[in-house]
Design a protein around this ligand. Structure first.
Ligand code: ADP
Length: 597
């Protein structure tokens, strides 16, 4: 992306604020005009006082006082006006920046909410990386707006006006000022290039340092149990040293170039003084002592923006890099989740999968030539070792991903013809790790059906066996849900599903993080909700598998056995192996002896 492309992409976000923009530009122009007042006033004052010195008959006190009063009034008045104009220009400029930043944030959130799940499994779209792309994108794009409208535009307008005034007073002086500008530009470009590599290195080390500290905090238990505090501190110290060296090097380069630019600016000033003094001495038409000061001051207005140029050059380079990643998200039209038109409020829940093949965007071939039927109103268990593809099937049935080939239908209608929202309205999903949002327990349960009454929320909590524990908390249902234990959070998620009350339920290891008592309670409430619904359960818990009507045994993405739990067990094979191993690992004989006693 070039600068043109960047500004073009940014334009739609700036145009809604065109009136603000117009006011800002107007104020900018006014401010630039006022920036030249000092030079003009000084020119006139010096010449007027100089003239007084040459009037016969002694010093003219009255005239001198008049000049001073006028000069003071003009300068103070101009300062006052200038302060107001600058204030207005900054406030409006900042308003544009903040609004653009807000609009970009809203747009990107809208966008990622529309994306299909596969987008988030792609390399480079991990949450941390996406967040960095979004943060950096918004920051650098709103900085571009600020650089352009608040910082650089006023300075450049002022520089152009100053140059015009210089040329109109004297072409030669104008030429000298113009000749200095390319030298400045050249030094700035070299500085930008030299600094760029170092800035990236500083940024990289900074990220590593941040990541390192986060890692230490997250792994504190391991660090302490292995007594590796020293090792971690040494790792950080080495990074800190690297960071210090890089920062110093960056500052050194920066100071060197700043010095060089000051020097060139001084050369420019000296050249202008020499030239204007010479012109005054040879009595060049239109030149006076006042004009020496006039040109020196105008020249400082010309060089001011160029002094800032390298910072803006760096920012713009950053913006070009980050904008590409950011607009990459906004423009990823192909990633938007597709939806069909079919919807239904009375779903029976018969899923049929026929010769389904599926590969994750990362390249893992997770499902191979898989066919199965999920009977409506029945409970189907998916059994298999970890990584066999059980959760992937649930992902496919929920339309989080689309198969590479083969068909999946619900009630005879292919999933891609289903309206995605209608399909998901009919499905309740409880995962092993349920996402509890930061917020109260009540808000988290209500997520299942935002328009539910308070009584319905409480009822859902009762059904999920969490009610008693919640009311015992100091803030009850208003407590922060993130403070609950894993098992309690799981029951909040189950309560959320009770509230949604869908005809189809997918349970992916719903009791994995629960204790035995809670598991039994949840099992009872799940048994209750199962009645008349289509349920798919994935579990390593024998009790939940054995209760199902049908089981499908999966191995590396293929169905290897299926039927009723008893018949599949009698076939031998993988299911028998898994069930026997579970029974042995649970020491089921001893448990049964103990329980009998
Ligand atoms: P199971 O639920 O049987 O333990 P999964 O369906 O989770 O197995 O995984 C099947 C295969 O797909 C595994 O090899 C797993 O590593 C891979 N996989 C699962 N989720 C993703 C994902 N989001 N991106 C890439 N590969 C995945």
């Amino acid at each position: 992306m070039g600068i043109g492309g960047l500004l073009r992409s940014l334009l739609p976000y700036v145009t809604p604020y065109r009136w603000l923009l117009l006011i800002t530009l107007l104020l900018t122009f006014l401010g630039s005009l006022m920036a030249q007042v000092n030079a003009v006033v000084l020119d006139r004052t010096v010449d007027a006082i100089n003239a007084l010195l040459h009037v016969d008959g002694g010093f003219q006190w009255v005239q001198a006082a008049r000049i001073l009063v006028i000069v003071s009034a003009v300068l103070l008045g101009k300062e006052l006006l200038s302060a107001l104009v600058t204030f207005g220009q900054r406030v409006f400029g900042e308003k544009i920046r903040i609004n653009v930043s807000r609009d970009l944030s809203l747009r990107v959130v809208d966008r990622i909410l529309q994306f299909r799940m596969a987008y988030f499994s792609q390399d480079g779209n991990e949450p941390g990386k996406l967040q960095t792309r979004i943060d950096r994108g918004i920051m650098s794009l709103s900085n571009t707006v600020k650089n352009f409208f608040i910082d650089i535009l006023p300075l450049f307008t002022s520089a152009v006006l100053a140059l015009i005034l210089m040329y109109s007073a004297n072409v030669y002086v104008g030429l000298v000022a113009t000749v200095i500008i390319p030298v400045y530009f050249w030094i700035t470009t070299v500085q930008g290039r030299r600094m760029k590599g170092w800035r990236q290195r500083v940024f990289g080390t900074h990220q590593q340092l941040n990541h390192g500290i986060m890692n230490i905090i997250e792994s504190m238990g391991v660090i302490k149990s292995f007594n590796r505090e020293r090792l971690e501190a040494d790792k950080q110290a080495a990074l800190q040293e690297q960071s210090t060296d890089q920062q110093m090097q960056t500052r050194r380069i920066s100071f060197l170039f700043e010095g060089l630019k000051s020097f060139v600016e001084q050369i420019g000033t000296v050249l202008i003084i020499i030239l204007t003094a010479y012109l005054v001495l040879i009595d060049y038409p239109g030149m006076s002592i006042g004009k020496i000061m006039y040109h020196v001051m105008l020249f400082s207005n010309v060089s001011a923006p160029i002094r800032q140029l390298h910072r803006i050059y760096d920012d713009l380079n950053d913006a070009l890099v980050y904008a590409e990643g950011f607009f990459g998200i906004l423009d990823a039209e192909q990633e938007v989740e597709s939806s069909g038109n079919h919807s239904s409020d009375h779903v029976s829940g018969r899923f049929e999968l026929c010769n389904v093949e599926f590969t994750y965007p990362s390249g893992t071939h997770a499902i191979r030539n898989l066919s199965m039927t999920i009977e409506p109103g029945k409970t189907t268990a998916l059994v298999g070792l970890s990584g066999a593809g059980k959760s992937t099937i649930v992902n496919l049935l929920d339309k989080f991903y689309f198969p590479d080939s083969g068909t999946i239908t619900l009630d005879g209608v292919p999933l891609n013809e289903w309206d995605t929202q209608s399909l998901r309205d009919n499905i309740g999903l409880v995962l092993q790790k349920n996402h509890i949002f930061s917020g109260t327990i009540e808000e988290n349960i209500r997520y299942g059906r935002p328009d539910a009454t308070d009584e319905e929320v409480l009822d859902a909590a009762r059904k999920a066996y969490i009610y008693d524990q919640v009311v015992a908390l100091p803030d009850g249902f208003q407590s922060n849900a993130l403070q609950l234990s894993g098992g309690q959070q799981q029951r909040i998620a189950i309560a959320r599903m009770f509230l949604k009350n869908p005809p189809i339920i997918f349970l992916d290891e719903p009791t994995a993080s629960l204790d035995a008592i809670a598991t039994e309670q949840i099992k009872n409430s799940i048994d209750a909700i199962k009645q008349g619904r289509t349920v798919i359960v994935i579990s390593h818990n024998i009790g939940q598998i054995i209760d199902s009507d049908t089981i499908y045994v999966l191995d590396t993405g293929c169905v290897v056995q299926h039927g009723s739990p008893q018949s599949v067990y009698q076939q031998g094979g993988l299911y028998k192996k898994i069930l026997d191993a579970s029974a042995r690992s649970m020491n089921i004989d001893k448990i049964s002896d103990t329980v009998k006693m």
